[in-house]
Design a protein around this ligand. Sequence first.
Ligand SMILES: [Zn+2]
Length: 415
Amino acid sequence: MKRTRKTAVILTAFAALVFAGGCQKTYEPAVINGAGEDGTAGTEFRYENAAMEDGTGQKELAVQTSIKEQNMVGDPAADLKDVNETVYVTGDSVNLRASASTGADVVAVFKKGDRLERTGYGQEWSRVRYEGMTCYIASRYVSATAPKIENETKAGTEAGIQAGEAQQVAFQTSWKYAEFSKINSGTAKLYKAEGENRKGITICVNAGHGTSGGSSVKTLCHPDGTPKVTGGTTGAGATSAAAVSGGMTFSDGTAEAKVTLAMAKKLKGKLLTAGYDVLMIRDSDDVQLDNIARTVIANNCADCHIALHWDSTSSNKGAFYMSVPNVSSYRNMEPVKSNWEKHNALGESLVAGLKSAGVKIFSGGSMEMDLTQTSFSTVPSIDIELGDKASDHSDAALEVLATGLLAGINQYFGQ
Ligand SMILES: [Zn+2]
């Protein structure tokens, strides 16, 4: 009985992903050719959806009113955005078509979990490569996220960590700001809470650093190409910075990237137990995702983004968050303009949570910093510095930090 219920939960969650259009959190119903946009036609052609493409037999609804010229209807294949990315089939028996129409020949039928290389993206149709041919598949039946396949080995079974259902999340070049990323062949992992207390809130946990080769590649600091307004790892005035820097080394010789990973795993366990879903940007020593790719994935697949770091000073100064610089040009640049208050509010909550857990806090708990992460974030997004080179990073210390971060996350989301 339990098994049945669990399956239903997975299917519900899965359906939510599919209907959200991959990882995107909102789905805009597609309308092809609004009625009479040119003042002559009055031709409206709407697909209710391409639901029949998944073999469930749902009826396609095509409404045509006041038709004067049937071929006023645009060619859906002509409006696709060029992309180059991996997607996964999310439905059973999904048709691959010779052209972007439900009337076109079926070239092949795919099953859930099949992988495809997408070369064009539109709300209705995606262009994919298949055995050397160019074919089309309904966009709503492919996703950046690999669907959960029955009998897949459970991930997240480390001692003390509640098991979660892990799904791979591939970077999508169709996502906003994706073109600014240089390293994005890796995949993040999405773990879903399984308890009765599941909240439906996804926390992106980004273990800082851990991308080999990342420091020798440069990406733009700002989407509009303007220079950084503060110093930091990269000096003020620079327009590009390391795609992912290597991170510092603790006074005892431990690499920061190793500690941020241990911290991320610990926080993941606590979040899953508390009912949050967790998007783990890095789940092992290396992930080939640069700071922009990490940010873009979080933008599309999570409700907030928390990057875990320790600072490069050696004074054991305590924890703080990197706040959005109070520089008008920066705060007026999108997407910072629309999101900076949320970033700072999340940072304040995290610091309050850490404080409540007894963690030492540096100064006022924040330091203004122009970060690539902040510059491309469209969800509440924070770089939290949990201490520095001289800080205790033992398992017990990380446990306290995780407790504090969870308290801060609860505060931010009103939980
Ligand atoms: Zn760091």
